[in-house]
Design a protein around this ligand. Structure first.
Ligand SMILES: Nc1nc2c(ncn2[C@@H]2O[C@H](COP(=O)(O)OP(=O)(O)OP(=O)(O)O)[C@@H](O)[C@H]2O)c(=O)[nH]1
Ligand SMILES: [Zn+2]
Length: 212
């Protein structure tokens, strides 16, 4: 039976994600829900300023959660055989995701490094940023986002190793609740040959070079 576990070294079967079972975004239902929420908070959704708000909010959520209907294989399409089988690292990829506990954003940067397969199959650099969005544009937690990006690199590119570090600030901790602006959560996922001390150290020093 398929489990959702992320035991060390275990790779989630990205390509077997049951995305086909996700229904189309239901715009009328989302609009009705936002209208109901406005009633619930004591607002009048029929007053002039709010008249178009349910439709706008529904469209915004459709966009913010668009990654639910995408998979890594949709974006890791362009690959080149450059024969390069050493570290490739893209740092400071801005990300905006949605905390699944409060449906408010968390935002920060992702650093993604991988060592291609020994056939040297690499992907376009922009595809790494697109990959982040596939998983960020979903109801998420930062830990899952981090492991999903790493697992996708291993599975789809058949990389020898991968490292993903995400630094993010959660608005659910900033604008409400504990109210601690500036607190940063850092998560990492390390796969395959990136476990080798020297390789990991090289990647980490390149990542840390950019932190202020
Ligand atoms: N591990 C993890 N926790 C998260 C993430 N995003 C939000 N959380 C936390 O999820 C927890 C939910 O806790 P609850 O006690 O159920 O909810 P709550 O009463 O709104 O909690 P407070 O935020 O402490 O007010 C909070 O501690 C959040 O900080 C995430 O990406 N990863
Ligand atoms: Zn939250």
């Amino acid at each position: 039976m398929q489990t959702d576990g992320h035991a060390s070294g275990e790779i989630t079967r990205i390509t077997q994600e049951p995305r086909d079972n996700i229904p189309e975004f239901d715009q009328p239902r989302a609009e009705a829900a936002v209208r109901e929420l406005l009633f619930a908070v004591g607002e009048d959704p029929d007053r002039e300023g709010l008249r178009d708000t349910p439709a706008r909010v529904a469209r915004a959520y459709k966009e913010l959660l668009s990654g639910m209907r995408l998979g890594a294989e949709d974006v890791l399409t362009t690959t080149f055989d450059l024969g390069h089988d050493e570290l490739i690292l893209v740092r400071d990829i801005e990300l905006w995701s949605m905390c699944e506990h409060h449906l408010v954003p968390f935002t920060g940067v992702a650093h993604i490094g991988y060592i291609p397969n020994d056939n040297g199959r690499i992907t376009g650099l922009s595809k790494l940023a697109r990959l982040v969005d596939v998983y960020a544009k979903r109801p998420q937690v930062q830990e899952r986002l981090t492991t999903q990006v790493a697992d996708a690199l291993m599975e789809i590119l058949e990389a020898q190793g991968a490292i993903v570090v995400i630094e993010a600030e959660h608005l659910c901790m900033t604008m409400r609740g504990v109210k601690k602006p500036g607190a940063k959560t850092i998560t990492s996922a390390i796969r395959g040959s990136m476990h080798r001390a020297a390789t990991r150290q090289e990647a980490m020093s390149l990542i840390m070079r950019g932190t202020r």
